[in-house]
Design a protein. Structure first.
Length: 75
């Protein structure tokens, strides 16, 4: 029987913990918030994190038409 390298085991453990904690957080949040509010909040926070990360990397601000198109897709 072959043994997996330590890096593979660490990666699998990380996926297990992160994925499992996500499902647990969703279960807890559904008891406190309506589903659509929770989904909207998750996407808003994720978008804000991605926007901040892109600004940190030096990306230009989106144009007004890109904001409009993104808002249409989001709605």
């Amino acid at each position: 029987m072959r043994h997996l390298p330590r890096s593979v085991l660490t990666a699998l453990l990380t996926v297990y913990v992160v994925w499992g904690s996500t499902y647990f957080a969703i279960q807890v949040a559904l008891q406190a918030f309506p589903p659509f509010m929770m989904i909207g909040t998750r996407f808003l926070v994720a978008g804000a994190i991605l926007f901040a990360w892109q600004k940190w990397r030096g990306a230009a601000n989106p144009t007004l038409s890109e904001w409009r198109d993104g808002g249409i897709v989001g709605i």
